[in-house]
Design a protein around this ligand. Structure first.
Ligand code: DOR
Length: 432
């Protein structure tokens, strides 16, 4: 029998409120066995002055397995996740081969059994993410998938997207809702573009990707969600116009949700001034006006979740020229601190964006994100809000190094993370 652990005198913040309490974790059953005051167990972690939160849920992580294990594996990605306070990550399907069959889903799930957190595979909407032939969605739902996305590319064809939504709407879901998640980008408008189209792209002589490329697809998918009644989730919103449209759609009662990344609420296209491909990402970093709008969307509930779009790339590939380097940046290990530093939100609201709200979208609320209570799976993180640290790619658990926050002084970090009762992060270090 492994020793039980009491997390003593922590500030618990979850859906049930904000209070000082003890939490008892039993690594044998994997469950929380008590929440209250004056509780005891075999071992004790002093949480005085620390926050205990449900483990974070990331709706959007590229774990690169199968296919690009030089950049990340499910194991290394899960280490990065728990260092960031995450106990569940939704793995994106732009793997090689594409996650568009039950066999690849099984492969991701099998690798996930050795991970340090839950790895929930999403699957492609279309075979090979090519936008022509529907993936075997019913079979994929049977394998446990609830989020479908061609992430990396948006579904370009209007009729195909309509059919995908209609098909998804008709699938049985065992009360775990199915959602189509869209990377909104009209490729006819972004072709040749490597950064946001605006003042900076003109000055630097780099090809631009206009905000309208995102906004047109947001507009189309809101319209198709209305037409079909199916749920649509908007990934990594980056433009003020997109936020405004999602806000209006929600006000009209439409079944849409949205996420935003830390880089889109903290960095602008001015970062590209030095031609450093670390700042190349899709959708691109946009203007201060857009950053402000994304923050406003997070504050007023238009945007449901902070998602990382953790996109590891090998150092060699990110050392190419801005034009040639692949887009994407690391996110799992810095998300919480960047959110804490950059967003002027009550802590409970900030944690909601990382816990129960994404858990609901990913249909993981049976084990993640909700109130910490006896009988629930012990998936939680202990946060030290005052911990000061400097982000460096070299020091990260991720195999890749492409953090846009290199050298940045941050405050706030996950100190311990428990997944299924196992202490997978102990005093800022992963345990396996
Ligand atoms: O910047 C990005 N990188 N955006 C995406 O949509 C895909 C991702 C990746 O897979 O590297």
């Amino acid at each position: 029998m492994k020793p039980t652990i009491v997390l003593k005198d922590g500030r618990l913040i979850d859906l049930a409120g904000d209070r000082i309490a003890d939490v008892v974790v039993d690594p044998n059953s994997g469950l929380i066995t008590g929440v209250g005051t004056g509780l005891a167990a075999d071992e004790e972690i002093d949480c005085d002055g620390l926050v205990i939160s449900p483990g974070f849920v990331d709706l959007h992580a590229h774990l690169r397995e199968p296919g690009l294990e030089a950049a990340e594996t499910i194991l290394t990605g899960s280490r990065a996740a728990v260092r960031g306070g995450f106990t569940a990550v939704v793995a994106m399907p732009n793997t090689t081969p594409t996650t568009d069959s039950a066999a690849v889903v099984e492969q991701v799930l099998a690798a996930g059994r050795h991970a340090l957190c839950e790895v929930s595979p999403s699957a492609a909407i279309s075979v090979g993410r090519k936008g022509h032939q529907l993936s075997p969605m019913a079979e994929l739902v049977g394998a446990g998938v609830r989020i479908f996305t061609d992430d990396g590319n948006g579904v370009q064809d209007d009729r195909f997207m309509r059919r995908a939504l209609e098909y998804a709407r008709g699938l049985p879901d065992d009360d775990r809702p199915i959602v189509l998640a869209q990377h909104c980008e009209v490729e006819a408008l972004t072709e040749g573009g490597v950064m946001h189209e605006g003042q900076w792209s003109a000055r630097l002589g780099l090809g631009g990707q206009p905000s309208e490329a995102e906004e047109l697809m947001v507009m189309r998918d809101i319209t198709l969600a209305r037409m079909t009644g199916a749920r649509v989730h908007f990934q990594h919103l980056s433009s003020a116009g997109s936020v405004a449209m999602v806000r209006a759609a929600k006000a009209a009662g439409m079944p849409v949700t949205a996420e935003a990344t830390p880089h889109h609420f903290s960095l602008t296209d001015a970062c590209c001034a030095g031609f450093d491909p670390i700042f190349k990402v899709h959708p691109p970093l946009r203007t201060e006006y857009d950053v402000a709008a994304v923050r406003e969307g997070l504050a007023d509930g238009t945007i449901d979740a902070i998602a990382t779009d953790h996109a590891p790339h090998t150092p060699e590939s990110k050392e190419r020229s801005f034009d040639d380097a692949p887009p994407g940046m690391l996110g799992l290990e810095t998300a919480f601190a960047v959110a804490l530093d950059e967003l002027d939100l009550p802590l409970a609201d900030l944690l909601a964006l990382l816990t129960w709200r994404p858990a609901a979208i990913a249909a993981l609320t049976d084990r993640h994100g909700l109130a910490l209570a006896a009988g629930r799976e012990a998936n939680l993180t202990i946060l030290d809000l005052d911990h000061r640290w400097v982000a460096t790619g070299e020091e990260m658990a991720s195999l890749a190094r492409n953090t846009p926050f290199e050298g940045r002084e941050l405050t706030g970090r996950a100190k311990d993370t428990f997944w299924k009762g196992e202490r997978v992060l102990a005093d800022f270090e992963v345990t396996r």
